[in-house]
Design a protein around this ligand. Structure first.
Ligand code: RP5
Length: 164
């Protein structure tokens, strides 16, 4: 199976990246993890993105906060799909990173998740890989049906408690 790369703009983004990593692990999706900054290590970020396809990466998850250019810069150097996670900074609550990540110019798309949306980024990356991996498609189906079961169970418990 091809791999997912999880890139963060700073080690301080690790708690958000970990949500994605945990979800990839639970789906048995192979991954690699790096810290590359669009601003502080732009050459390394570019070098990684331009070789991603040759290195067997099928999707890139990019976590960054503040003026979050990481996802867009990676996307500009590869045709591998890039999934951006805007990180919630303390100053503007993540709106800065959300807008910096989502407002890409036509031609260089970034699939932007919710602020701190690590879990969905991993699921979306797995969905991309699952196009050529029937086993992974089955795991994603199970993930959905487990979610449905959990909601139905919590509904039952709440209905029993309040609807007398
Ligand atoms: C961004 O600036 C990083 O992605 C991080 O979210 C934010 C703050 O970085 P540090 O100052 O904590 O390294 O580039």
């Amino acid at each position: 199976m091809k791999k997912v790369a999880v890139i963060m703009g700073s080690a301080s983004d690790l708690p958000i990246a970990e949500k994605a990593i945990e979800q990839l692990e639970s789906l048995n999706v192979p991954y690699e993890v790096h810290v590359f900054s669009a601003h502080r290590t732009p050459s390394e970020a570019m070098g990684f993105a331009s070789k991603a396809d040759d290195n067997g990466i099928a999707a890139i998850i990019a976590v960054a906060g503040k003026a979050a250019h990481l996802a867009g810069v990676l996307a500009s150097h590869t045709s591998v799909p890039v999934i951006g996670i805007p990180a919630q900074g303390s100053d503007l609550g993540g709106m800065d990173a959300l807008l910096s990540t989502v407002q890409m110019p036509p031609g260089i798309p970034v699939a932007t998740m919710a602020i701190n949306g690590g879990k969905n980024a991993a699921i979306f990356a797995a969905q991309i890989l699952s196009l050529s991996e029937p086993g992974l498609k089955e795991k994603l189906k199970t993930l959905r049906s487990d979610m449905t079961k959990n909601v139905l169970e919590s509904n039952k418990a709440i209905e029993e408690k309040y609807n007398k």
